[in-house]
Design a protein around this ligand. Sequence first.
Ligand SMILES: Cc1ncc(COP(=O)(O)O)c(C=O)c1O
Length: 445
Amino acid sequence: MADGRGGSHGAAPNDLDAFWMPFTANRQFKAAPRMFVAAEGMHYTTQDGRQVLDGTAGLWCCNAGHGQPRIIEAIREQAGILDYAPAFQMGHPKAFELASALRDMAPEPFEHVFFTNSGSESVETALKIAMAYHKTRGEGGRTRLIGRERGYHGVNFGGISVGGIVTNRKAFGTLLAGVDHLPHTHIPQNAFTRGQPEHGAHLADELERIVALHGAETIAAVIVEPMAGSTGVLLPPKGYLKRLREITARHGIILIFDEVITGFGRLGASFAAERFDVMPDLITCAKGLTNGVIPMGAVLATSEIHDAFMQGPEHLIELFHGYTYSGNPIAAAAGLATLRTYREDGLFERADGLAGYWEEALHSLAGLPHVIDVRNMGLIGAIELEPIEGAPTKRAFQAFLDAYDKGILIRTTGDIIALSPPLIIEKAHIDELIGTLGEVLSALD
Ligand SMILES: Cc1ncc(COP(=O)(O)O)c(C=O)c1O
């Protein structure tokens, strides 16, 4: 039903001008808008009534698929009981319940949960916790942060400082001081690897060089995505994360895994820390925490980190950090219903069980024109295309547009196509997704 202002379900907006869209080619989009008006299960419905198969779980977040009834009901119910409670010096039951449920789902050392509203805020929170942790222990000189080239840690100043995506950094001045970067692990010898690549564990040793350069006593934390998602699904070489863990532990440096994408079943386990059997000190998450339905993020901390703050007079605030919406009741209700859905429907095990079929399907694209790499793990995959000379990103973006026209949603970053479907995907959907993508790639210039 139209409301005269173009805002209702199914109605065409009559004015696209006001909304300055994030990470979007605004003028291109507004000249030929791509609008979703509804979603259920594995599919979106477009404004012109077409079904589009979701190959990206929205934006890596709708792991339980769309329109999940348990989540919808939980939100509806909570909105009628308690809409909002102050987040500072007051509490409400759902936030505590969700923290406990998250602790129970996470690997063992993660006993404590700090709530945020997004992946970016989780990253800022984790970086601040790491610095403040050292300060509480009398090591206030540890302020340096180490990220990695091609890392994505959201868009706030801490995140883009430790992040390694040039386009996300270069317009924003000097960023945070005292940041260094590890080299990325995306090396040509590993092309067409299935699962974790063989080559590149030695790249973790670069951390020793950085430690020698600055002195361990100046370094607070190293932050990496255990599998880099946003720059095109860069898997950790075998042994790499373990080595990072050994080096950080040896030098008293906090290791943060940014699991905003890898959390909640994407790699066939609750978190990548569990999947790779490497335990950091802090884990950031968001996206799949509420199935993308309501903004929410979290930082998981070990007791060692948390307990270091629980000192001094009890009436004093231990960490001067938090958000108005940290642990928001409706988001917490959505989170609880989401975690329950993952558990009751066995979605992480399901992702693990489908990983072999997914891998075979993806690698069937290997011989197609312009394809220079295919890689995968769990229910994630990437197809890297050779860029058009002088026009990087154009070929993959064309694939994205063609795919949308043919009824599948894919995601591109640079000239890499990334796929990360909801974990409820069926084999027939995989066939459709990869089959259609094959047609798109075959027809590309
Ligand atoms: C690893 C990682 N960290 C942080 C973020 C930022 O999350 P948000 O967009 O919710 O701020 C993302 C988003 O894709 C991400 O992939």
